[in-house]
Design a protein. Structure first.
Length: 95
């Protein structure tokens, strides 16, 4: 009876741990690719020359640009990866 309960616990742990690790690794690779596709942020250097843009200068179409879509995709992928890691830790330590 005890061995049967331990086997069910081990099976449940593997059902949660293995897919969460695989998904986390895929998310990590995807995050690396998406971050490498994003343009660099060089606004700090141009501020030294006095070429500062105003706050409202480019806010109208900023949400439709490729850069904003890549940033949003990065945040979503990091959130999915965090959820996978939390699920892995919970399954590893509490099941």
């Amino acid at each position: 009876m005890l061995a049967n309960l331990l086997m069910d616990n081990w099976t449940l742990k593997m059902i949660i741990c293995v897919p969460s690790i695989i998904l986390a690794v895929l998310c990590a690779i995807f995050i690396i690719i998406v971050i490498m596709l994003q343009p660099s942020n060089s606004d700090g250097i141009s501020a030294l020359n006095g070429q500062q843009e105003t706050f409202f200068a480019d806010k109208k179409n900023k949400s439709k640009t490729l850069e904003s879509k890549l940033k949003r995709l990065t945040v979503i992928t990091i959130a999915v990866m965090a959820i996978c890691m939390i699920a892995f830790c919970v399954a590893q330590f509490y099941l």
